[in-house]
Design a protein around this ligand. Structure first.
Ligand SMILES: Nc1ncnc2c1ncn2[C@@H]1O[C@H](COP(=O)(O)OP(=O)(O)OP(=O)(O)O)[C@@H](O)[C@H]1O
Length: 244
């Protein structure tokens, strides 16, 4: 059996302090190559926190197991956080993960083209993918503009092109269709799904409230359950992709 792209067991993320404390518990999450997964759940249930955990942006408070497959063998994410191996984590993020933030997160002083090409340049990857993505996402006319001159939807599409331009193994996208008209939302979901189908991405994880598109584009749904606790709130992601 080949190693899963992501293998997480009994991981906890904790933010804030009581009474606003929020704890996300990930009982089990195992992501295989070829999977397109939608994380769904009510607002405030912990979807973004989960994406930050798998995107190596947020340290778990505890994790029984957290590994990520790489071309050089498994990377022990839990150990890297424990040992404060921030360089190792940054390198893994740069080479293996494309992250579309809910807020877009484009650099204000760079044009669309420059924003899109920067991760590929840093990772030493070809620039051709970014050019294709700018075209496929309908941004040819905006490629020289800076983010302030873009509409919300154009900014979101540029941020997706940037997340995919360095040819990451894993795409993580927080609400990628939220600011888009129906035609562009379809285009974005189609692009993500077909990138996995054709092997340009090994897998994709999308947090979304767009259940209609999740069903139409055939993503596997993973629910985060939210509940309130005495000292705050909690979310639980239970048993996705567990070995039989
Ligand atoms: N840095 C933080 N400090 C304190 N609390 C936080 C922090 N980040 C998130 N939270 C809390 O964690 C909970 C989960 O937030 P999260 O952003 O993951 O929800 P979500 O499911 O992505 O919501 P939405 O669908 O509205 O985007 C919320 O109650 C939020 O207030």
């Amino acid at each position: 059996m080949t190693a899963a792209l992501l293998d997480i067991r009994a991981a906890h993320v904790v933010v804030g302090a009581a009474p606003e404390r929020f704890e996300l518990e990930v009982e089990q999450f195992r992501l295989e190559r070829g999977q397109r997964v939608a994380i769904v759940g009510p607002s405030g249930s912990g979807k973004s926190l989960f994406l930050e955990l798998v995107g190596l942006i947020r340290a778990p408070a505890a994790a029984q197991l957290f590994t990520m497959a790489t071309p050089d063998g498994p990377f022990d994410v839990a150990a890297a956080w424990n040992q404060s191996d921030l360089v190792g984590l940054a390198r893994r993020r740069m080479l293996g993960i494309g992250f579309l933030l809910q807020s877009g997160g484009l650099l204000k002083s760079l044009s669309v083209d420059e924003n899109v090409q920067l991760p590929a340049q840093l990772a030493g990857r070809p620039l051709s993918t970014g050019n294709h993505l700018v075209e496929a996402l309908g941004l040819i006319g905006q490629r020289r503009l800076k983010p302030a001159a873009l509409s919300g939807g154009q900014r979101q599409r540029a941020a997706l092109a940037r997340a995919m331009a360095a040819q990451p193994e894993l795409l993580i996208a927080d609400e990628p269709t939220a600011a888009l008209d129906p035609g562009n939302a379809d285009k974005v979901m189609e692009l993500i799904v077909s990138a996995v189908e054709t092997g340009h991405l090994q897998a994709a994880i999308v947090a979304t409230h767009d259940l209609d598109r999740v069903r139409r584009f055939g993503l596997q749904m993973v629910h985060i359950e939210a509940r309130s606790t005495a000292g705050g709130g909690a979310g639980t992601l239970a048993n996705f992709g567990a070995a039989a």
